[in-house]
Design a protein around this ligand. Structure first.
Ligand code: GAR
Length: 200
């Protein structure tokens, strides 16, 4: 049984999807903590409801980005997690944190990477005019949304889609992709060779 923890900034529906999969016995893991940069994140209520300790590390309370990152790293270490899941964490992690959790931190992104990295991925996809998009779960490396890809799921982009309609369609797939990726990690079934992740 792996110890997994989450970093989330908002609603926390992906966090919830993994908690539900654990509760259903689908993932050999125990969730040991939520860390958030946002004291108003709905993810905090979800953690409370599930009896999971939540730690708020609020960006505005630190004198610098470096000090914030130190506080965040301390909170993350404190979880003693085997896997850290970025589930809607909306800041870019500093190199020290990425390095410390290398190979045991994954992120979910609402586009088919390497297309539409960064913020507002669904809006980027609509504006670009692509006909398919989706979501990606990847290992976190030093870049923004660049790490080795673990799971992708796709959806059509329909002619009348706006950002919200596409985001809603992608979110349904996120709630399948993230629990699957966490499950594969927790079952030690991921084999990483350079950029490529093979599922055993
Ligand atoms: C999800 O769509 C996730 O892919 C996205 O934020 C949303 C969080 O929703 N993440 C990013 O855009 C990362 N840059 P949730 O809080 O309900 O899981």
């Amino acid at each position: 049984t792996k110890r997994i923890a989450f970093l989330a900034s908002g609603r926390g529906s992906n966090f919830q999807a993994v908690l539900d999969a654990i509760a259903a016995g689908e993932i050999p893991a125990v969730c040991v903590g939520l860390v958030t940069d946002n004291p108003r994140a709905h993810a905090i209520e979800r953690a409370k409801d599930a009896g999971i300790p939540a730690t708020v590390v609020e960006y505005a309370r630190f004198p610098s980005k470096a000090a914030y990152e130190e506080g965040l790293l301390a909170a993350m270490r404190n979880c003693r997690a085997d896997l850290f899941v970025l589930a809607g964490y909306m800041r870019i992690l500093g190199a020290a944190i990425v390095h410390e959790f290398s190979g045991r931190m994954i992120n979910i992104h609402p586009a088919l990477l390497p297309a539409f990295a960064g913020l507002h991925a669904q809006r980027q996809a609509v504006e670009y005019g692509v006909k398919v998009s989706g979501c990606t779960v990847h290992l976190v490396d030093e870049g923004t949304d660049t790490g080795p890809i673990v799971v992708q799921r796709c959806v059509p982009v329909l002619p009348d889609d706006d950002e919200t309609a596409l985001a809603d369609r992608i979110l349904v797939e996120e709630h399948k992709a993230l629990p699957l990726a966490v499950k594969l990690f927790c079952e030690d079934r991921l084999e990483v060779t350079g950029r490529r992740v093979r599922v055993r």
